[in-house]
Design a protein around this ligand. Structure first.
Ligand code: KIV
Length: 302
């Protein structure tokens, strides 16, 4: 009997190597076991269990409503499905940044309870100390600057960040602060392409863009946008590479129609038992069965 070959998990050292070799790579979010398996088998090196979970999977109106239990639950499912890809758990609103001790403890839960290999934290200069503390305790951190959806109430909506002199300078400072704090990569969300390029050129860690143009070191997208499962609003930066929503809808309708038409389940999709066993259970004799075969009701007066 041949044991299946062990698969080596991607680490932050592999991410650094790809970056140094100038290899641009695709990363994506996932929230469940089957999707994680598909993404892993597609050779995506890094899966983010984003707190976008709240909006695209749980039906909340904002990521602010997602809590740590929900994030750990979904991160565990993704970690079970991903054998090769590195799994990054997104720390939800207020699970970090309130106190350093609590931030480190919560980050640790993503590794010890949910089997992630790293965590992601939103915020540049404002989160630098937290990133430093988490990294110091041996937990790799991915930063996230630009549009940080957990701060949407402060930013005044989901809009492109860094378009003015002041906000562009602030974003460059944020990127440098995240790098200085020890993050192994940084997400740039909704940043003008030119600024994303300038930030990428100034850093020595990979930038992972979403709505940040083509000049970042890598890209990240929300999986439901990529596969065509997002209903309603799709952001400008997303491209549908498939129509999974339509495929699900067609399959569910075909199933419904087959059941109502009596085509499903068929003999091949059913199992049978020995006739004698059933006769005994039902107390039927040969004559009763003969009547049944002839479709003559047993209670009919002949
Ligand atoms: O939660 C998420 O999916 C994210 C990505 C958009 C980077 O933070």
């Amino acid at each position: 009997m041949s044991a299946s070959k062990p698969v080596r998990r991607i680490t932050i050292a592999d991410i650094a190597r790809m970056y140094e070799a100038g290899e641009r790579f695709a990363t994506i979010t996932a929230y469940d076991y089957p999707t994680a398996r598909i993404v892993d088998e597609a050779g995506i090196p890094l899966i983010l269990v984003g707190d976008s979970l709240g909006m695209v999977m749980l039906g909340y109106d904002t990521t602010v409503r997602v809590n740590i239990s929900e994030m750990l639950h979904h991160t565990r499912a993704v970690a079970r499905g991903a054998r090769h890809s590195m799994v990054v758990g997104d720390m939800p609103f207020l699970s970090y940044g309130v106190s350093t001790e609590e931030s480190v403890e919560h980050a640790g839960r993503f590794l010890s309870e949910a089997y992630a290999q790293a965590v992601k934290i939103e915020g540049g200069v404002r989160s630098a100390r937290t990133i430093e503390a988490i990294v110091s305790s041996g937990i790799p951190v991915m930063g996230h600057i630009g549009l940080t959806p957990q701060a949407v109430n402060q930013l005044g909506g989901h809009r492109v960040q860094g378009k003015t002199r002041e906000s562009a300078r602030k974003l460059i400072a944020d990127a440098l602060a995240v790098q200085e704090a020890g993050a192994f990569a940084v997400v740039l969300e909704l940043v003008p392409s030119e600024l994303a390029r300038a930030i990428t050129e100034r850093l020595s860690i990979p930038t992972i863009g979403i709505g940040a143009g083509p000049y970042t070191s890598a890209e990240i997208q929300v999986v439901t946008d990529v596969i065509g499962l997002t209903q309603g609003f799709t952001p400008r930066h997303a491209r549908r590479f498939g129509e999974v929503g339509e495929a699900i809808s067609a399959a569910v309708m075909a199933y419904r129609d087959a059941v109502t038409a009596g085509d499903f389940p068929a003999e091949a999709e059913s199992s049978s038992m020995e006739q004698g066993v059933l006769d005994e259970v039902l107390g039927r004799g040969e004559l009763d069965r003969a009547y049944e075969t002839m479709s003559i009701p047993l209670d009919r007066d002949l």
